[in-house]
Design a protein around this ligand. Structure first.
Ligand code: HEC
Length: 194
């Protein structure tokens, strides 16, 4: 079969429509693209063997989330929760937690309101960092101090306790709540027993 067939199919206003065959390579490509479309549709949309954009996105997302969780638990493991942190980001998180949850009873400057002054050297429940961590977790319900272990994570309690440590001895302006508890020398310093 000649590639160009001069047979005139129709002619209008001097424009001829010829009966040309499409080139074989073109027809084969066209047919292959139809086969491809059918296979593609079955593979991705009917049988579900292939992973589409959404599946890939979900996969990558869960991988990234797992990596982030691993990084966080590494960070937590590398952080010594038994002593106060002096890292700026931990203290600023602690400050935010304090203002949101604790300022209503201890005042925004921690000078004391319903609860005791947390910046002085007098302590009802001990002056060590572990004591602060303990009372924050367990509270003292009969005296009106809430237990925070169910609403603040260990990391958050560590952050707020570190913040409190950092503002020890900050001498907030009057009126400061009268001292309560035992005087423990030096415990109004952010470097106490570090
Ligand atoms: C509803 C009021 C209230 C809230 C809210 C509150 N506290 Fe207290 N807190 C108290 C009271 C009252 C005490 C005194 C308990 C006692 O008599 O032993 C106290 C005691 C403490 C103590 C021990 C002080 C000492 O002298 O031994 C620390 C530390 C403390 N709170 C930290 C916090 C932190 C941190 C938060 C926020 C996460 C918080 N509190 C929220 C009322 C509150």
């Amino acid at each position: 079969m000649a590639e160009y067939d001069e047979t005139v199919v129709s002619e209008h206003d001097g424009i001829k429509e010829l009966d040309n065959q499409l080139p074989r390579w073109w027809v084969i490509l066209f047919q292959l693209s139809m086969v491809f479309a059918v296979v593609y549709m079955l593979w991705f949309h009917v049988l579900g063997f292939g992973q589409g954009q959404e599946g890939k996105y979900a996969d990558n997302k869960s991988r990234a989330e797992a990596a982030q969780a691993a990084r966080q638990s590494d960070l937590l493991a590398s952080m010594d929760l038994g002593s106060p942190s002096t890292l700026g980001e931990v203290l600023s998180e602690g400050s935010d937690i304090y203002q949101a949850n604790c300022a209503s009873c201890h005042h925004s400057t921690a000078r004391g309101l319903i609860g005791p002054n947390l910046t002085d050297a007098y302590w009802l429940n001990g002056s060590e960092f572990a004591d602060t961590m303990h009372i924050i977790a367990k509270g003292k319900l009969e005296k009106g101090m809430q237990a925070w272990e169910s609403s603040l994570s260990l990391r958050q309690r560590h952050a707020v306790a570190s913040y409190l440590y950092s503002i020890r001895g900050s001498n907030p302006p009057e009126p400061v709540r009268a001292p309560e508890g035992d005087l423990i020398e030096g415990s109004d310093s952010p470097t106490y027993n570090l």
